[in-house]
Each structure stands twice: as structure tokens, then as C-alpha cells.
Write a protein that binds this ligand. Structure first.
Ligand code: ADP
Ligand code: MG
Length: 354
């Protein structure tokens, strides 16, 4: 178990920058998710932490020790990959005791550790099975046990759930969280799935284009996104273009309330970000009361308990989504005129990315 610090790491391939001046600090025992779109540099960063790749510039410090020049095997890290990477000709038990065996631990210790870990991941009864006799989810559990068998200082998981079907993915996600808490091992989990990141991370590091845009708790990332990219990437919502004006946002003929609007000088182009749970809809009966926006329903999407309704604002060039309990959503058919409202405190204004 250890702290992990990334200081000023850069990496380019053939002159193309993949990681740009990246800093990240993890506390001991923390589970951090690296979240970002495909190609943003997540795997590269993970492999730099693991020691499979050297950064062009910058250092990796684990438990206070600069490990940048150490090889992967000298770093004592456990890794689980996206695709099943078990040794196909070994049983689950032999896969898990592989690390301690190579490290020259006595055989009784290898067996005890492997048995305990298979128990921890819920596979005690499958110790004698070969990978092809196990489901995808079970194989990833074995891979997790194998990674833990070296008693790693840091556990690195590169999209370990992405090859699994949705139900197994959620089960194993919760298992990973439980096991991480029980073992207390500092863990970096890479994912491009925001729901996965928000549900299990202590903190989420949102990446794009080789940079970390924001590192914060899931709740903060969701409620106070650092910029338009984070806002769009996490959860869902509408982003409207507007102009800051005396602590509000002007959009066409509308002046709209928003938090953080005062942080922007009048006349500055900004983005207004509104989450669907903050938009309320009412039937329109001709009269438009103050604070309400005239709109027209464009589309409804049934999501089970909720129905998501897309409406176009009449006085501005923009659309917002509203989530309504499905039993209240029946009244809002595509084409019907509605009033949209939101709380002053709900939408956030961010500097517009030009
Ligand atoms: P992610 O895991 O976020 O999808 P990666 O870290 O795998 O992203 O890759 C980031 C970028 O670096 C991608 O554009 C990828 O094509 C490029 N890249 C990764 N590894 C190499 C390599 N060995 N040689 C050249 N380009 C690479
Ligand atoms: Mg990757």
C-alpha cells in the first residue's frame, strides 16, 4: 500500500504528444478512476505507473520513492487487463499462485495465499478449473486474485470490466470495490464508462487529450464540473451557448439564471449547462409567467422509472432535456407546447471553449 504521485509526466510517440505535462497525486488506499474517451492516454498513463513504459519527462513516485527508473518487476504492482490474460494451460489456483511462485515463496505459502484470494473473489469452489471452463466474469476475478497475489503496493486495472456483459459488469464492479476496501490497496482503475467511475471511485480523474482536466470526488465532478468537456462527458445534460450579463446569462431574447455566472465578465461568451433532473415542465396555457420559458416538446425517451423529454426553447437557440417520473410524462407528447423552468442554483455557467 502506498501513495502514488505523478509529476510533470509527458509522453510522445513519433512527435505526437500523448500525455502533456500530467500531474496526479493519490493517497494511500485510495481508489481513483482515470476516466476519459478512447485515445485520451489512460492506458499510456497506467503503463507508465506500472513501469512498462518510460515517460519522456517527469517522475513517478510510489510511497515516497522515485520509481521512474525501476523496471516493472521492481515496482511490485498488480495489473489486470481488459482482455482475459490468464495462462490458459494453468488452473485458476496455479494462475493465482504464479506471482508468489516466481518470487520464490515456499509452496505452502503460495497455496495458502492463492486459496485465500480465490476465496476473497468468491471462486474457492473453482480453484481446479482451467480458464476455458470459467465465464468471462470468473476469469476476471481470477485475474484480480492473481494481481493481488504479489501483495502489490498499487493495483492497476485497465478497463477490467469492458469485455463483460452489462449485468456481470455491475456485479464485478461492486466486487472490485468491496475487495479494494478489504485489502486497502491503492488502486487505479481505467475506464471510459462514466457510470462505472462515479459508482466506485473515491476520486475521479477526468482526462482528455493527454491531460487531466479535473480530479475530484464523484459528487463534485457531477455537480461542479470544471469545464464544458467534463460537464458533457459526465452524466447528461444540455449545453447552451450564451453571453454573460450582470450575473445572468443572455441567450437570444432570454435572460437566464445560473450559478457561477458572476465569475464571468459581462459580454463574455459562456456555456450554460443544465442537467435533466433540474428542468421542470408544465403544460402551457397561453400565459408565460416570469421565470418560465416557452418551449416545444421535440422527443420523449422512455427510460423506465423516468422519461427523458427533449424540448426546444422558443426564445433562444437551444434545447434542454428534462427527466420526469414516467407516470407524469404521458402528457408531454412531441409537438406539445410547454413551460420549462429550473432553479436559479441548478444550471452552471462555464467559460466557453472556443
Ligand atoms: P486510451 O487508453 O485512453 O484509449 P492510449 O493511452 O491507449 O489511450 O493511447 C493514447 C494515444 O496514444 C492514442 O492516440 C494511441 O493511438 C497512441 N499510442 C498509444 N500507444 C502507442 C504506441 N506504442 N505507439 C504510437 N502511438 C501510441
Ligand atoms: Mg486504453
Amino acid at each position: 500500500m502506498a501513495t502514488v504521485e505523478i509529476h510533470g509526466v509527458r509522453k510522445s510517440y513519433a512527435g505526437r504528444e500523448v500525455l502533456a505535462q500530467l500531474d496526479l497525486a493519490m493517497t494511500d488506499g485510495e481508489l481513483i478512476c482515470l476516466l476519459g474517451p478512447s485515445g485520451c492516454g489512460k492506458t499510456t498513463l497506467l503503463r507508465i505507473i506500472a513501469g512498462f513504459i518510460q515517460p519522456d519527462v517527469g517522475t513517478v513516485v510510489v510511497g515516497g520513492q522515485d520509481v521512474t527508473k525501476l523496471s516493472a518487476s521492481e515496482r511490485r504492482m498488480g495489473m489486470v487487463f481488459q482482455s482475459y490474460s490468464l495462462f490458459p494451460n494453468m488452473t485458476a489456483l496455479d494462475n493465482v499462485r504464479f506471482g508468489p511462485r516466481v518470487a520464490g515463496r515456499p509452496k505452502p505459502e503460495q497455496l495458502k495465499r492463492a486459496t485465500d484470494l480465490l476465496d476473497l473473489v468468491g471462486l474457492a469452489a473453482h480453484a481446479g478449473k482451467f480458464p476455458h471452463q470459467l465465464s468471462g466474469g470468473q476469469q476476471q476475478r481470477v485475474a484480480l486474485a492473481r494481481a493481488l497475489a504479489v501483495q502489490p503496493q498499487v493495483l492497476l486495472l485497465d478497463e477490467p470490466l469492458s469485455a463483460l456483459d452489462a449485468k456481470v459488469r455491475v456485479q464485478l464492479r461492486d466486487e472490485i470495490r468491496r475487495i479494494q476496501r478489504e485489502t486497502g490497496v491503492t488502486t487505479v482503475l481505467v475506464t471510459h464508462d462514466q457510470e462505472e467511475a462515479l459508482s466506485i471511485a473515491d476520486r475521479v480523474a477526468v482526462m482528455n487529450g493527454g491531460r487531466v482536466l479535473q480530479v475530484a470526488s464523484p459528487a463534485t465532478i457531477y455537480r461542479v464540473p470544471a469545464d464544458g468537456f467534463v460537464a458533457r462527458f459526465i452524466g447528461s445534460g444540455a449545453v447552451l451557448a450564451g453571453v454573460a450579463d450582470a450575473g445572468r446569462v443572455r441567450m437570444g431574447a432570454l435572460m437566464l439564471p445560473a450559478t457561477a455566472a458572476t465569475a464571468h465578465a459581462a459580454g463574455q461568451h459562456v456555456e450554460l449547462f443544465v442537467r435533466p433532473e433540474h428542468v421542470r415542465l408544465e403544460a402551457m396555457n397561453g400565459h408565460i409567467p416570469p421565470g418560465a420559458l416557452a418551449a416545444d416538446v421535440r422527443e420523449t425517451v422512455f427510460l423506465g422509472a423516468l422519461t427523458r423529454i427533449r424540448v426546444a426553447l422558443r426564445e433562444a437557440d437551444g434545447e434542454v432535456w428534462a427527466d420526469l417520473p414516467s407516470e407524469h410524462a404521458e402528457a408531454f407528447k412531441p409537438g406539445s407546447p410547454v413551460l420549462a423552468r429550473w432553479d436559479e442554483a441548478a444550471p452552471r455557467v462555464m467559460k466557453r471553449l472556443m
